[in-house]
Design a protein around this ligand. Sequence first.
Ligand SMILES: NC(=O)c1ccc[n+]([C@@H]2O[C@H](COP(=O)([O-])OP(=O)(O)OC[C@H]3O[C@@H](n4cnc5c(N)ncnc54)[C@H](O)[C@@H]3O)[C@@H](O)[C@H]2O)c1
Length: 246
Amino acid sequence: MQFSSRFDGQRAIVTGGAAGIGLSVARRLAAEGARVMIWDRDRAAIEAARSAAIEGLALDLADAAAVEAAAKTTVKALGGVEVMVCSAGITGPNRTTWEYPPEDWRRVFDVNVHGLFYCNRAIVPAMIAGGYGRIVNIASVAGKEGNPNASAYSASKAAVIGLTKSLGKELARHPITVNCITPAAVKTAIFDQMSEEHIAFMLSKIPMGRFGRVDEVTALILWLASRECSFSTGAVFDVSGGRATY
Ligand SMILES: NC(=O)c1ccc[n+]([C@@H]2O[C@H](COP(=O)([O-])OP(=O)(O)OC[C@H]3O[C@@H](n4cnc5c(N)ncnc54)[C@H](O)[C@@H]3O)[C@@H](O)[C@H]2O)c1
């Protein structure tokens, strides 16, 4: 299949683009013609990801002022932005809710919810000014179902789903779509943040009996980020090997 011109001339921001799903998305967007700016806190991984079409900024997305500054820098450097994919996220520890340390709960929300909110809100004005936009937020099937021993993560991803639905409706009369995806477990470095028991639990819940692959998630994100996705907004797209029931 030939996709080489889907993003010709477009400018994209990928948060969490230095690793895992975000890195795969950044590379695929670049391969299909986009100029990409990665926003990630991992400076060394950004350097490793750099190419002719991929640049990067190192920042903590939980810092609202840093995100505002990154948005200004990026719009100036690229001349505009058509695509934002928000992939940065953390899991927090695997504990019961009553044992969950409040500071870990707050950090999960600071990155997964507040950070994503800062990113979406910082880039919408540039998309309105440019007359076009595609925003893809990465939630999780945990946000629909609630995984045991992962209440902060599950609640944070439910918040991403709610934010996506609200923003999608707010922008529905603009040529800007906002959608999210809800993957089941995909083997990336994020597994290092989880217990073995939790990883085994997630696998046991997937009817296909295997983890998802980064390229399978990337394919869905790229479609949602493309012009082809024109009549879906504020929507939630499944990529869970049959786990999700709605
Ligand atoms: N891999 C899975 O099983 C899975 C399943 C469902 C949803 N997701 C979601 O997909 C997204 C990507 O996950 P992944 O598997 O690629 O994870 P990953 O750990 O491989 O990559 C996450 C990236 O986000 C960056 N990041 C984290 N916190 C940051 C911060 N505060 N500021 C800037 N950058 C930050 C990291 O440096 C890293 O490069 C996450 O939102 C995750 O919750 C993953």
